[in-house]
Design a protein around this ligand. Sequence first.
Ligand code: ZN
Ligand code: MN
Length: 481
Amino acid sequence: MMYKTVIGLEIHAQLKTETKAFCSCRADVFDLEPNTVICPVCTGQPGTLPVLNERVVEFAVMAGIAMNCTINRRSVFDRKNYFYPDLPKGYQITQYFFPIAENGYLYLVYGEEKRSIRIRRIHIEEDAGKMVHQGTESITGSSGSHLDLNRCGVPLIEIVTEPDLKSPVEARIFMELLRDTLRALGVCSGDMEKGALRCDANISMVDESGRSSNRVEIKNINSFKFVEKALEFEQERISKALASGVDVAKETRSWNFSSKETYSMRSKEEENDYRYFPEPDLPELIISDDLIERIERSLPELPWEKVERFMEQYSLPGYDASVLASDSEISSYFEEIAQATGKPKESSNWIMGEVMRLMNDRQLSLEEVKVSPENFKELFDLIEQGKISNKIAKDIFPVIVENGKSPTQLVREKGLQQIDDDTVIEDAVRKAMNDNPAAVQQFRDGKEGVLGYFVGAVMKATKGKANPSKANEIARRLLRD
Ligand code: ZN
Ligand code: MN
């Protein structure tokens, strides 16, 4: 039996505002001393009232427009009631009945396929605090728990997709697309590892007759890799269950990243368990056409627009364009270099190759690996004029990164100029021929492939400095003689 996978995501994105959603406490509380960024409003003291942060509304509208949603001119805040120690008010302010935005979509590009993934809704809500359990990861088995209310009232948007994703890998790619979009807008840092972007995933499987399994929800996935891994695990678990004739339980599960499996948290609660009702302390949210127009006009270039522009303006292949466009720092660095050197494809190769590799290998930020566009131009010129080989250029690149020296100066200091002198190359070829007469014979018997051996010998003898095309040409000539 073949099963189709059906996945929908609910994503919480923390908004990069100065202050919290309904009070004037600062909003960026990551890693701060517990309970130092709280006030009577965000801790729900009697007699306090919430005041909506205007930036939160603007950011939510920006996200809504970027995701092709209808922006609702009227939306309403509601209370979602439940008890948990990290929620001192006993309810979360959210938008349940009338969200700020709905009915949007984003295009997911995966291989040859480009499909629209529908966005059901985007709503504004506040975050809850955090519990820190002694000695354990979870409350179970802990000897005691601490409360940190710093995060209470931090503004979020919750983005809910329709169940349009067909595989775990698509879910991961969608999350990356969403992160790139929110980052380009400047409304969310997109850092999953810091909890600024969190994902709950719903998965069910449908058999050939169209019968669907129960839906399983995986909560609080905090990395792009785990989105894919956790869903792969569930896909496997659910299809095995279905194949053996039992359905899976409708429940909420959690991903354990050390054991690489999901485990059951609780049977799924119903929406009506939360007794949603309109928040009496906040008026309806009315959005003017003016605000929408102003935001539409000021919207920055979005990742997919950048991909298209890069392909057109710089004649880059789609793959290069999408890698470079996914990060705004990388993409503007690329543009600086492409413009300074006039060689966009080479610039792209160097950034996607050497620059990104150094960032990755040495855990450096782009700022730390930034070779100036002028130095790149020099480096490209040296290669083009045949003064150094590509290999030498790559060898000295980390040195340029480290000390910022000009490539010309570095090449001169280290004596790395390419050897163009025919006699030096001829000597090296002749020596290799003397060393290996059998290979010479093979070449003369028609085994052209042996040529590589002689070119290699020349490169070795000259420590990689011989001009490779010259070495090739001279070796061929001398072998023929
Ligand atoms: Zn506060
Ligand atoms: Mn939520």
